[in-house]
Ligand binder design. Structure first.
Ligand SMILES: Nc1ncnc2c1ncn2[C@@H]1O[C@H](COP(=O)(O)OP(=O)(O)O)[C@@H](O)[C@H]1O
Ligand SMILES: [Mg+2]
Length: 254
């Protein structure tokens, strides 16, 4: 909770609009926790506006990778660049979304979205709530919302400042299958309209193929597979043979 709040407080100016996405580059990155090395000689370049999914087994270093890019943690060695600059703490153009919505229970939906309370915060929050399909729910308390609706509020809170990089750590992992598919459609539409760079951590291979331009399989600190997903959008999950073939390739590498 503390981390999310501090991410939101330092907002870009209200006049800022999406820059169309920030590039990411990791060169020779290593991350160790005492004797455990989680990422080894890790190199990765992500283009502005790309939608990249990272899949891998639990404990494989996915969240660690996201935390380094977010500036929530530092590499043991090597360099992490966002927008061609070394990451030093939280960047106001970067927003995060986690599996739990982490809403403030004593604040209404609109106040949760406009948590940074910048200029025009209420108007911006209402517009973003409409973007995520929650028009008219602004005065609800978080406790009356379903899991999917809570994640929509959390997504709106992440999007309200028009970030240029969205970092998602298993954001739909706790949702039922139908709600997850609705969230995929929502995120795909918003990403296509706004063009921010997106890094999605997921253990769901179908989700990765449904959403990403590129899927990276992280295994024991290395990139075991890095493939382009050349499917037209919007994608219907599991709808075509090519998607199934891509899922098979990814599952073999995990
Ligand atoms: N702060 C930490 N201190 C010690 N070990 C950690 C810490 N964060 C993560 N780890 C360890 O690093 C490994 C990778 O964790 P993580 O990046 O969370 O994996 P994933 O998100 O792929 O499940 C795990 O073995 C985990 O226990
Ligand atoms: Mg994780």
């Amino acid at each position: 909770m503390a981390a999310v709040q501090s991410v939101s407080i330092d907002s870009p100016p209200a006049s800022a609009t999406s820059t169309g996405g920030l590039p990411i580059s990791l060169a020779g990155v290593e991350k160790s926790f005492s004797r455990l090395t989680v990422l080894k000689h890790f190199n990765l370049t992500i283009k502005p506006g790309q939608f990249v999914a990272v899949v891998g087994r639990s404990g494989g270093g996915k969240s660690t990778l996201l935390r380094l890019i977010a500036g929530l943690d530092r590499p043991t060695a090597g360099q992490v660049l966002v927008d061609q600059k070394p990451v030093e703490g939280l960047n106001p153009h970067v927003r995060l979304l986690f599996q739990e919505a982490r809403l403030v229970p004593w604040q209404r939906v609109v106040e949760n979205v406009g948590i940074a309370r910048g200029h025009n915060w209420r108007q911006d929050a209402l517009a973003t709530l409409s973007d995520v399909g929650l028009e008219g729910r602004e005065n609800d308390w978080p406790s009356v919302l379903s899991g999917g609706q809570k994640q929509r509020v959390a997504l709106a809170r992440a999007l309200v400042s028009k970030p240029s990089l969205l970092l998602l750590d298993e954001p739909f992992g706790a949702l039922d299958a139908l709600t997850r598919i609705e969230m995929h459609k929502l995120l795909d539409g918003i990403w296509r309209r706004r063009g921010f760079t997106t890094l999605l951590i997921t253990h769901d291979v179908a989700e990765a193929v449904a959403l990403a331009d590129r899927v990276i399989v992280l295994r024991e600190g290395f990139i075991a597979l890095d493939i382009s997903i050349d499917l037209e959008r919007p994608r219907r999950e599991l709808a075509d043979a090519r998607a199934v073939e891509l899922q098979r390739q990814i599952l073999e590498a995990v």
